[in-house]
Design a protein around this ligand. Structure first.
Ligand code: C2E
Ligand code: CA
Ligand code: CA
Length: 422
């Protein structure tokens, strides 16, 4: 059984991946002094992947050198294998390389405990290991064999897809301005499945239109039945850029909104920047039609694609969501901070609302405030929760007191329940 608390780090299973023998030796010595008995080391990624694939006894913590060949591709493999343990990154290059590696691993939904620049002290390693609070078992480790298009189609038809809501709040006032809708697959045997696993299957097998329709309909029905503070909760739904080739989509969405009685201005569609870049011209017609129908459009994950502001300015977007790799930890990283700052400045000039994703700490929140970002979203404010739970819990938006973090500004209190425009 995996361990559950930091004090159990001695009983964790460890895998050390580095081709630098003296470093491996030092880590092994520290771990054995800690009392760790299950410690393995390999000097290349292929062997590491073999270790992780072949055994059900996965390591709890992987200590991995970034400079090892294919070290970066390794994160993608770990995500595909739904690795839920902790990762410690080590490098002999620079703090900057470590930060970039750490951001990349986090973007692949890995549980990064910390990073260490060589040579590091025993105390520094112990400090990082102490961040391990047990595996991140939010989602089910679904066997790949179950992730088939047939199973996903059946799941949609059997109503197993559920919308989760995550609050978005105004940075100026702290009030709730809306929610992002995040799809989850409530699998009857395997529990909650991450959209990171099933959305790619839906996109590849032509099911993403049906899936989105399903999530949209459920969301519309819920928010129409449960207004908050007497108003419909504005919702932001993710739209695969692939769907922009469907020019009838705007009409179908508008018809459904009209039927349920929701004003289109309460709906924002988030489309990832990278998807847009691929189909810019063919997408424009659908984007314009959505815009004419009064539906708001947002550019998602901004900063990791290749679009320029000039390109984006020609498209009818009203909001820009800055990818969380530029937001989480921005206070500690000069380059991320500068990118974040310039995006907010330019977006303002273009009249776009800015939304920061991945606001995890008070420091992240403070940066949003300093830079004049309009809206914040992230674990500090509230994690995604089942839509019904969100709508039925009076205090559910936002959860101001997450762990030890208490937002200094805005004031904690009931005001946060009131909806307002950013
Ligand atoms: P996204 O649109 O970028 O959604 C935000 C993701 O960041 C969500 O992951 C959310 O749980 C996570 N997140 C929120 N706050 C924080 C934070 O403070 N720190 C960190 N590290 N992460 C945070 P999730 O729910 O796993 O969704 C993953 C992606 O799946 C979404 O990324 C979106 O691209 C896609 N997705 C989800 N639902 C749908 C859907 O209905 N349709 C489509 N096409 N895509 C969807
Ligand atoms: Ca999104
Ligand atoms: Ca995003």
């Amino acid at each position: 059984m995996p361990v559950n608390c930091a004090s159990d780090i001695a009983t964790c299973r460890y895998l050390v991946i580095d081709d630098d023998a003296p470093t491996v030796q030092r880590i092994m010595t520290v771990l054995s002094e800690l009392g760790a008995t299950t410690v393995d080391s390999v000097n290349n990624i292929n062997t590491a992947l073999g270790r992780i694939t072949k055994t059900t006894e996965h390591p709890d913590i992987i200590i991995c050198a970034l400079s090892i060949p294919n070290g970066v591709a390794f994160f993608r493999h770990l995500e595909e294998k739904q690795f839920v343990g902790g990762i410690v990154l080590i490098s002999n290059k620079s703090e900057r390389i470590l930060r970039m590696g750490s951001n990349l691993a986090q973007a692949q939904h890995l549980n990064v405990l910390g990073s260490l620049l060589k040579p590091f002290t025993e105390g520094a390693l112990l400090n990082v290991l102490a961040h391990f609070k047990g595996p991140k078992a939010i989602f089910s480790p679904l066997p790949q064999s179950i992730l088939t298009p047939e199973a996903l189609l059946a799941a949609i038809e059997q109503d197993q897809l559920v919308p989760f809501f995550q609050p978005k709040v105004s940075v100026k006032t702290g009030k709730l301005v809306g929610v992002e809708v995040l799809a989850r697959w409530q699998h009857p045997e395997h529990g909650l499945v991450s959209p990171g696993l099933f959305i790619p299957v839906a996109e590849e097998h032509g099911l993403v239109g049906l899936l989105t329709q399903n999530i949209l309909s459920k969301t519309f029905r819920l928010i129409a039945a449960h207004p908050k503070a007497g108003r419909t909760v504005p919702v932001a739904v993710n739209l695969s850029a692939l769907m922009l080739s469907d020019i009838d989509l705007p009409m179908r969405i508008k018809d459904e909104l009209d039927m349920i009685g929701i004003d289109p201005s309460n709906l924002t569609l988030e489309i990832t920047e990278s998807g847009l870049c691929e189909n810019m011209i063919s997408s424009l017609e659908t984007l314009l039609r959505l815009n004419f129908k009064g539906i708001r459009l947002s550019i998602d994950d901004f900063g990791i694609g290749y679009s320029t502001f000039e390109q984006l300015h020609t498209m009818p977007f009203s909001e820009l969501k800055i990818d969380r790799i530029f937001v989480t930890g921005a206070a500690q990283d000069g380059e991320e901070y500068m990118f974040f700052q310039s995006v907010v400045m330019l977006a303002k000039k273009l009249g776009l609302t800015t939304v920061a994703e991945g606001v995890e700490t008070q420091e992240d929140w403070d940066v949003c405030r300093q830079l004049g970002c309009d809206v914040a979203q992230g674990y500090l404010i509230g994690r995604p929760v089942l839509a019904e739970t969100f709508l039925n819990t009076p205090q559910s938006a936002p959860h101001w007191q997450v762990g030890k973090n208490r937002l200094r500004q805005p004031r904690i209190g009931d005001r946060s329940r009131i909806l307002e425009h950013p």
